[in-house]
Design a protein around this ligand. Structure first.
Ligand SMILES: [Zn+2]
Ligand SMILES: [Zn+2]
Length: 479
């Protein structure tokens, strides 16, 4: 029976893995593949918007251009990570068809489309196209134009909204490139020559445009973000680094030595180990369980993996992709998503963490979400980020008021669909207990053959689990 279960289990896992590969269009793997597509740089008709002030003119005076830029000469590689590169400003005086151009600059920049999840040319035209016209962000942008009473031309507020949306999407893409240490970085102002080092760049905390860090201060005067508070250059740089995920929240040395080797290094494990808030949560859990040297590594690993699965679920659920880190999702706007993702993760039919199927684990997960939010508040205070702090505080308030009702309602629905599971009959329990008793009494303890030893172990462990049904994990910690 034992062996059958084990084989069955592996078969199931294999099967599940195959299914995931073949049928999930928006899985992380696919998303990553998009990046390699995007970075091969085959481009046709292109428009480049050089800076906010030039943007409008560049679009109206666009030349018919059809250049392919895949040459190494057109990119500048990062000095530390040769897989990271940025496109140079390139010039040509004629179009591909040989026509003379008004300006010799080539408009060939690509931006990230969060709906298609790839780099696209002529961003403004692309997102305004019919295929994306029903996306909430596009409707909002369209409404801004209407509100200005201007149905034909462009209005200032609309341009601003598009800029902010484009920066947010590019920032998402750039953070991913940094994490992968490979791909094209999209920076606000392209360079004409090297050297290029991504260390010198970061997003503006207001509008998320990627700029040279030393330029952040000056940029604040022209920043299109309206929620802009005057900040010192130090604040700006720290906030920028937090946003791009470069302030790493390091695991404690004990975590590295004990928990990380225990944790399975699959996709979930990778996400758990690379997300700042989740790592900090792991540190906290480790300290809290310091008195339990035998089991603490498993507890911490389990909780980190659980949160990583929540994050993975959120990345798939929130469209367009908002961010790759946990803190991006712990904002009031995604409260509903977080609640739904928590339930999904807690009830997932996953063989990996077997005791998560109980509905109460969604409630358990809420304690960890609260703790993640506390950590977010901490990071916000340390970096002086008021907006981040407000977001976390508001989310915590929402959790206090709405979380349990929201979960309860969903759970009730779920239970309705579930078949009633009868309690075991006392007579059955009695029979089982009698069986174990009889078996252990009849066991020939002098027989030291492998089979007999195994049987003795099996009966002893089974009896223990039956005896202490509440904590089946305790058997694991026995010496
Ligand atoms: Zn698109
Ligand atoms: Zn800005």
């Amino acid at each position: 029976m034992q062996f059958f279960n084990k084989n069955h289990f592996y078969f199931f896992k294999l099967f599940a893995a195959l299914q995931i590969r073949s049928s999930r269009p928006s899985s992380d793997e696919d998303e990553d593949n998009q990046y390699s597509d995007a970075s091969d740089g085959n481009s046709s008709d292109e428009t480049y918007s050089p800076s906010e002030s030039e943007r409008d003119s560049s679009e109206s005076e666009r030349d018919d251009e059809d250049d392919d830029i895949t040459d190494d000469e057109d990119v500048i590689k990062d000095t530390d990570f040769p897989q990271i590169y940025t496109k140079k400003v390139t010039k040509s005086s004629t179009t591909k068809t040989g026509k003379k151009k008004k300006f010799d600059r080539r408009y060939d920049v690509k931006h990230f489309c969060p709906y298609c999840k790839k780099l696209v040319i002529n961003f403004c035209q692309h997102i305004s196209s019919k295929q994306h016209s029903t996306e909430p962000e596009m409707i909002q942008i369209h409404n801004a134009k209407k509100a200005a009473g201007n149905d034909t031309g462009k209005c200032k507020n609309q341009t601003r909204l598009i800029t902010l949306f484009r920066n947010k999407s590019d920032n998402y893409h750039n953070c991913k490139v940094i994490k992968k240490k490979s791909g094209e970085m999209i920076i606000g102002r392209r360079l004409t020559k090297g050297p290029f080092s991504i260390k010198d760049y970061g997003p503006c905390p207001g509008c998320l445009e990627w700029l040279r860090l030393t330029m952040l201060r000056r940029h604040q005067q022209n920043c299109p973000s309206s929620t802009n508070v005057p900040l010192t250059i130090g604040d700006l740089m720290v906030q920028s680094n937090v946003i791009s995920g470069r302030i790493e929240c390091n695991p404690s040395t004990k975590m590295l030595a004990e928990v990380y080797p225990t944790m399975k290094s699959d996709h979930i494990g990778d996400v758990a180990k690379s997300d700042g808030l989740i790592v900090l949560l792991g540190n906290q859990w480790f300290i809290r369980n310091i008195g339990n040297p035998l089991m603490r590594r498993y507890y911490v690993s389990a909780i980190m993996r659980l949160c990583a699965r929540l994050l993975i679920a959120l990345r798939k659920m929130v469209i367009p992709s908002t961010g790759i880190r946990m803190e991006d999702y712990l904002v009031p706007a995604y409260f509903q998503h977080v609640a739904r993702a928590a339930l999904k993760v807690a009830n997932q039919d996953d063989m990996d963490e077997e005791n998560l199927r109980a509905p109460s684990s969604a409630l358990k997960l809420s304690y960890d979400i609260k703790r993640l939010l506390d950590i977010k508040v901490g990071v916000a205070i340390k970096t002086g980020n008021k907006q981040m702090r407000e977001e976390a505080d508001d989310f915590l308030t929402l959790m206090k008021i709405e979380w349990s009702t929201k979960l309860e309602r969903e759970l009730l629905e779920e239970r309705k669909a579930e078949k009633t599971r009868p309690m075991p009959l006392p007579s059955d329990v009695k029979t089982l207990a009698a069986f174990y008793k009889k078996e252990s009494e009849e066991m020939d303890l002098k027989n030291s053959s492998y089979d007999n030893f195994k049987r003795a172990g099996l009966i002893a462990l089974a009896s223990l689990v039956v005896y202490n049904r509440h904590r089946p994990g305790g058997v694991q910690a026995m010496k």
